[in-house]
Design a protein around this ligand. Structure first.
Ligand code: ATP
Length: 223
């Protein structure tokens, strides 16, 4: 597993926000959410975890290497944002519950949070071992334009019982809590960007300049 700029020792006692996604491609919606969550919980780092074979959706048609490279380019000037290749390094399906379990084993002193958009959180009860997973880290749920919070009864019960207001002075937050982080709503999606690129339209100002160049140079998303 590659985590840039970190070792087990240096992460001891630290607070890290994990941000999993397909990142096909990474866009300003992802980046702004990451920054605002980082600041909200006074994190030491955000680890971007591109997934290799997402269990919840169709397999990405873009090569892992391209999605990884675009994440690297997008976060290059932010040392607090780091790429974590734990899921890309594994040949098998990368269930989030396994990823989190491995990270907690590797970094026992680190307090982990998982950043998730409202659209994904609405479907959380379709995730593998979702109840176990909920209890393993804290959750930073961020709004996604056009997606209200709509839960199954079981998920709703959990949300009602475990949603906590984040206080600035809080030290250790334990596990299994849900924090709604009121990030700036940006109606940007990777789907939209792939659509633009497929029509030879510019993706500028939706993705970083380096990612836009990468998409053009590698002719990504063109059928
Ligand atoms: P696609 O359009 O291909 O479905 P996406 O734009 O939703 O992709 P993902 O990489 O699938 O991007 O998303 C990873 C995580 O980021 C998910 O938790 C998702 O809810 C969240 N997310 C993505 N875009 C936004 C956005 N604009 N605002 C808030 N959260 C977002």
């Amino acid at each position: 597993m590659r985590v840039e700029m970190s070792t087990t020792e240096s992460l001891s006692g630290r607070r890290v926000a994990l941000y999993g996604g397909t990142f096909n491609p990474i866009h300003h919606g992802h980046l702004r959410v990451a920054l605002e969550c980082y600041e909200a919980i006074a994190a030491d780092a955000v680890w971007f975890i591109p997934n290799a074979t997402p269990p919840h959706r169709d397999q990405p048609i873009t090569a892992n290497e391209d999605r990884q490279k675009m994440v690297e380019l997008a976060i290059a000037s932010y040392p607090q944002f780091q790429l974590n290749t734990i899921e890309l390094d594994q040949p098998d399906i990368s269930y989030t519950v396994n990823t989190v379990s491995q990270l907690k084993q590797s970094y026992p002193e680190t307090e982990f949070f998982w950043i998730i958009g409202q659209d994904s959180f609405n479907k959380f009860d379709s995730w593998h071992q979702w109840q176990n997973l909920l209890a393993m880290v804290n959750w930073l749920v961020v709004p996604r334009p056009n997606y209200a919070a709509t839960y199954s009864d079981a998920l709703q019960d959990y949300v009602m019982a475990n949603t906590v207001v984040l206080k600035k002075t809080q030290n250790s937050l334990g596990c299994g809590k849900i924090f709604n982080i009121d990030t700036t709503p940006l109606a940007i999606s990777s789907t939209e960007i792939r659509g633009l690129a497929s029509q030879n339209k510019a993706c500028d100002f939706l993705v970083t300049p380096a990612v836009s160049c990468y998409i053009s140079e590698h002719k990504l998303y063109q059928s």
